[in-house]
Every structure is written in C-alpha cells, then in structure tokens.
Design a protein around this ligand. Structure first.
Ligand SMILES: Cc1cc2nc3c(=O)[nH]c(=O)nc-3n(C[C@H](O)[C@H](O)[C@H](O)COP(=O)(O)OP(=O)(O)OC[C@H]3O[C@@H](n4cnc5c(N)ncnc54)[C@H](O)[C@@H]3O)c2cc1C
Length: 429
C-alpha cells in the first residue's frame, strides 16, 4: 500500500471524526464546544439541503433516495430463504438521523446489563441512564427516567395534521384551500404514494379521512383515538375548585369558566382564542384558564396584555387533578384546526363539558351530536360569538351525548381492522 505524504502546510486538527452522522455530529459538537479543540468532521454525503429531510413524514421519500442514502442490500440471508434485504442508511450530513423515523427509542434495560455482564464496565443500564437523561429535553418534564435541558428534544407523538399545520396555516389567509391543494400537489402525490404502499391509512377524525380520500389517498379507515378509561367523568366536577379557578381570574362564582388545554404553539392559535374571549367578555363575565407550556408563551402573554380574567398556568401533570379541573369548567375552548383528533376535546366531552371548537380538523368531531358548538376556524369574531351563544343558552347542548371511546376500545377496533386486512391477504394468497 502506498501512502501519500501530507503537504507540510496541511492544517492540523486535534481530532478527526469520520462520518457526520448521529454519533459524529454529537461528538464534534461536544469536542468543539469549549473552543479549545480544533475538530475536522468528514462526511461522505452532501449537506442536508434535501427538502424531505425537513418535512414531517418526508422520510418516506428518503428511504430509497440515492443522493442521501447508501442503499445497502444484505447478503442472501439463510434464515430468510436466501432473500436479500434492503438496508437504508443515511449518506448525508446528519447520517441516518436525517432519514430516520424520528422515534425516540432506547434499548431495553437488560440489553445494557448484558453488555456489562460481558465485561464492559460502565455500560450497564444504571451507568448509561444518567447520559440518556443528560442528552434529553423531555417535553413532559423531568422524572426518574427522563431529563430536561439537554440538546435532544423529546415529545409525545405530535398529532397535528400536517395538511393543516403547515401550508394551509401559512397561506390560508391568502389562498383558498383548493388553490393550496393544487399548488402543493407534490405533497399530495407523496401522500397518495404512501396510501398505495400500505394496507390501511388510519385516520383519527372524520375530516382527515374525508380530505385524504378526496385527495385520492387510498385505503383510509376511521379510528378515533381513545381516552383513559374511568378518569374523565362529570362526577369529578368540584364547585370549590371551580370557585378557586374563577377567583384566579378575578371573577365571582356566577361568572362563566372557560378552560383551554394544549401546547403553547402557533398552530394552536391561542392569540386568536385570547382575542375571542376578550371580545365575548364585553357581553358576559368570562374567565379563561389555559393550561399549557411551549415556545409561544411570551407571545400569548403579550396578547393577554395583563387581562386579569385570563390566566396561563403550567400544564397539570396530576391526571386526577387535571380531570377535576376539566370537569369543573363550564366549557372547553380550542383554537386549533390542525388536530388529527383533539384529545383535550375528547376528554372534555367525557367529562360532560361542552366544547367550543373550530369547524375544521379533528376538534370539530367533538362538537357533534349536541356536545358543543363549532365556529369558523381561525376567526376570532366567530369564536367569540360561539362563546356568547353557548353561555347565553342559545345552543342546544345535549346532556346525553355519546361518550368517546376508551383507549382499550380503540385498540380492539383497530386490531379487528388489521385482522380483516390480514384475512383478505390470506384469502388472496
Ligand atoms: C430508515 C431509517 C429509519 C430509522 N428510524 C429510527 C427511529 O425512528 N428511531 C431511532 O431511534 N432510530 C432510527 N433509526 C436508526 C438511527 O437513525 C441510527 O441508529 C443512528 O442514526 C445511527 O447513528 P450513527 O452515528 O451510528 O450512524 P449514522 O447516523 O448512519 O452516521 C454514519 C455517517 O458516516 C458517514 N460515512 C460512512 N462512511 C464514511 C466515510 N468513509 N467517510 C466519510 N463519511 C462516512 C455516513 O455517510 C453517515 O453520514 C433509523 C434508521 C434508518 C436508516
């Protein structure tokens, strides 16, 4: 083997890292953070300019994208009757984490302990747990297994509807939904391809199913999500708690109490809700308690502008107490038309609390059958009128509404559908 001498003026580095994938990038960041070390990070692939790296669900497009993927194929596998298996791997800045499914997955407790038992000191579960915690910024807050303040944000499965949350929210004020559909046909094409590639596209709301089906996405099935069984019930309504919440809003017991629940994020449209509540308060005494955390907090507080009847509180982590707060409100208000389901509205419905929700997206389903009122999505005036109509008794709210399904019922129905699909496949084989 012939080795070429480096030119004498070649730059020198304290560290050379080969591969700017998940591990390489973290390592380079750590080593260079103090500014004391010089670090050379070499990557075989290009920069991460490919749009699908940055679009939710975009990884479906990258699974076989040669420009950013090594596209490995295994040797024939004896255990698979000699078949070879496709193995995607990222070949781009960010490595496989640029083309992966974004699921936060840790190994099993036992996996690490087995490493230690095989002589790898420092690799047992108890040894690695502090590092998992240090790396993490867990949206739910810290606990025995999770940390906050780290560079890796971890959140529960986001259930915003990407159709509404991005293009439609950005351009909705300027263009009709149909025009946006046409201009973003590439995105629709992607969704249609995904639909063709799978047996079931499970939708948690009627509207999402209808929109996808109208857009040509095949194999859609409606499976509303389920709520925690036994937790949300009108029996948890607590007049003393209601009084306390109204006091927080500087209002007496005979005022109306609205509750808002959700992340403080732009697609939730809290500033619009704040405007609607402030406008409705000119007609009726109304307090709004919002439970949520998120990056838009400052913007929302600016919109509240010191209004003593609107309070923004931290999310209530104690589920029993949360259920009691929800049941003690007079109505739940929601601003987001980008929900695939809207868990908060489902829980309110189960707690016997009427909902005031936008007429688009998953939240709208929860106002059906007399469970509440739907207003024109994104419109503060319409939302404020809906609040007034509801509290003035102008909306027939049905006390006998059909309760949302529980989580257990949801899975029973979902798996029954999977079984149906498998049955069809077996019959066709
Ligand atoms: C399609 C897919 C979906 C996945 N989904 C998930 C998920 O949802 N959740 C999860 O936890 N994990 C998931 N993973 C796994 C996860 O992404 C990987 O385990 C992780 O990214 C591996 O990190 P790494 O640093 O070891 O390697 P990589 O991130 O793959 O980085 C290796 C880097 O080295 C570069 N490289 C290789 N050879 C050279 C060379 N000679 N010179 C210069 N550069 C070179 C490569 O181009 C690449 O950028 C998924 C992986 C794939 C492929």
């Amino acid at each position: 083997m012939q080795s070429e001498a480096l030119p004498s003026d070649a730059p020198e580095f304290d560290y050379v890292i080969i591969g700017a994938g998940s591990a390489g990038c973290v390592l380079a960041n750590r080593l260079s953070a103090t500014g004391k070390n010089s670090v050379l990070l070499l990557e075989a692939g290009p920069k991460d300019h490919n749009i699908w790296i940055h679009v939710p669900l975009g990884y479906g497009r990258l699974f076989k994208a040669k420009a950013v993927n090594w596209m490995y194929q295994t040797e024939p596998e004896p255990e698979l009757d000699g078949r070879t298996v496709f193995q995607p791997r990222g070949k781009v800045l960010g490595g496989s984490s640029s083309i992966n499914g974004l699921l936060y997955v840790r190994g099993q407790h036992e996996d690490y302990d087995r490493w230690r038992q095989r002589g790898n000191e420092g690799w047992g579960y108890e040894d690695v747990l502090p590092y998992f915690k240090k790396a993490e910024h867990q949206q739910r807050g810290p606990d025995e297994f999770h940390g906050v303040g780290g560079p890796l944000p971890v959140s529960d499965l986001g259930h915003a509807d990407p159709l509404s949350a991005y293009a439609y929210r950005w351009f909705g004020g300027l263009l009709s939904r149909e025009t946006i559909d046409r201009r973003f046909d590439r995105f629709w094409e992607h969704l249609r391809e995904l639909g063709d590639a799978v047996d079931l596209v499970v939708c948690a709301s009627r509207e999402l199913q209808e929109r996808l089906a109208e857009g040509g996405v095949a194999n859609t099935a409606l499976h509303p999500m389920g709520i925690e069984a036994g937790l949300f019930t009108p029996e948890r309504r607590d007049p003393a708690l209601r009084r306390q919440l109204l006091e927080l809003c500087d209002l007496p017991e005979d005022a109306h109490l609205l509750i808002g629940v959700g992340r403080l994020a732009p697609e939730k449209r809290w500033p619009m809700v704040v405007d609607a509540v402030a406008a409705a308060s000119r007609s009726l005494p109304i307090g709004l308690v919002m439970l949520g955390a998120g990056r838009q907090k400052r913007r929302i507080l600016a919109q509240v502008a010191g209004n003593p009847h609107i309070r923004v509180l931290a999310p209530e982590r104690d589920r029993q107490r949360f259920a009691a707060i929800l049941a003690s409100a007079d109505a739940l208000i929601h601003g987001c038309e980008a929900e695939t389901f809207c868990m908060a509205a489902a829980e309110a419905r189960a707690a016997g609390v009427p909902v005031i929700v936008p007429d688009r997206g998953g939240a709208a389903d929860h106002a059906r059958g007399g469970a509440g009122i739907a207003y024109k999505a994104g419109n503060a005036l319409a939302a404020s009128q809906a609040i007034i109509d509801l509290f003035a008794g102008r909306v027939p709210v049905n006390g006998e509404i059909e309760p949302p399904v529980t989580m257990e019922e949801h899975f029973v129905r979902l798996f029954a559908d999977y079984e149906r699909v498998r049955g069809r496949q077996r019959a066709a084989a």
